[in-house]
Design a protein around this ligand. Structure first.
Ligand SMILES: [Fe+2]
Ligand SMILES: [Fe+2]
Length: 292
């Protein structure tokens, strides 16, 4: 059965990936000619702009420190489903966009376009694998989670929200903004305490990191955990919370980002042809099943 994404109050976007149009507008590919950028702007219709804005309005309102603690307790028990990575990807692919099933790429196609571009540039195999699985945490949607608790830019909670985060004014409705415990530059954290000690807003990034943390090399884990942390990897807004290791590892997060954002091509990868390579790669690093 298709898990279609009929928009409703809690899920304003037609497609859970519509927020990425906003990302490409915010951070256009430096290699795309100006004319194509203009065409892209015309393609992103105003209705979609409004639904993405509404998505961020609720995301910024409800992603509080307490909310993240609650979600960690709920999901880091990993008692929902045990699946191989392939089963997880098949499961994720049941997320169907009703509005535009022909134009939009499915989740497997996005993963393969990302990983194939990494592979074509001759990067190490763990980096290719990271591209291939980086969004599998979006299965949260299929566990009934609202869009605003699965996708979108992530940011630290427990300290001041940076005005470098997209739609910063929407944080006015977040109770942490007026809580003196959480609304100072450092909040509950120490200067340069390291991101491992910092709670991030809840979504597919942190969830998948927690599933993968015993299996992949450290740079891969940083990519998975922080790939939506645009206010840092693009804007440098939270360097005051990072330690030397974070700074070093964020070079990988930055290296990954263009593969995530700019590889969406209309040409669909040939899944059958690519499968043997990815089967071997998955086997090399991951156990037969993973707990979700
Ligand atoms: Fe993602
Ligand atoms: Fe992605």
């Amino acid at each position: 059965m298709a898990n279609s994404t009929k928009p409703n109050k809690n899920n304003p976007m037609n497609n859970i990936d519509d927020w990425e149009d906003n990302l490409i507008e915010r951070y256009p590919d430096p290699e795309t000619p100006a004319k194509e950028k203009e065409e892209f702007r015309n393609y992103v219709d105003s209705e979609r702009v409004d639904t993405v804005r509404e998505f961020y309005r609720i995301n910024h309102k409800y992603q509080t420190y307490d909310f993240v603690c609650k979600k960690e307790q709920e999901f880091l028990k990993f008692n929902r489903k045990e699946m191989s990575l392939w089963e997880a990807i098949d499961f994720l692919n049941t997320l169907v966009d009703d509005s535009d099933p022909d134009i939009d790429l499915d989740q497997l196609q996005h993963l393969l376009q990302t990983s194939e571009a990494i592979r074509a540039d001759g990067h190490p195999d763990w980096f290719v694998l990271t591209g291939f699985l980086h969004d599998v945490g979006k299965v949260l949607c299929l566990f009934g989670e609202p869009q605003w608790a699965v996708v979108g830019d992530t940011f630290p909670v427990g300290c001041q929200f940076s005005d470098k985060i997209v739609y910063p004014d929407f944080f006015d409705a977040n109770p942490d903004s007026t809580n003196p415990k959480y609304n100072t530059k450092y909040g509950i954290y120490e200067p340069n305490c390291g991101l491992d000690n910092v709670k991030m807003s809840w979504g597919h990034d942190e969830y998948l990191y927690q599933i993968m943390k015993d299996y992949l090399p450290e740079p891969a884990l940083y990519i998975i955990r922080y790939h939506s942390f645009y206010s840092q990897h693009r804007e440098g807004a939270y360097t005051h919370l990072m330690n030397d290791k974070d700074i070093e590892m964020f070079e990988w997060v930055k290296k990954f980002n263009p593969y995530d954002l700019y590889t969406k091509a209309p040409k669909k990868p040939n899944v059958a042809e690519l499968k043997p390579y990815y089967e071997a790669l998955v086997k090399k690093y991951l156990p037969d099943t993973l707990k979700f």
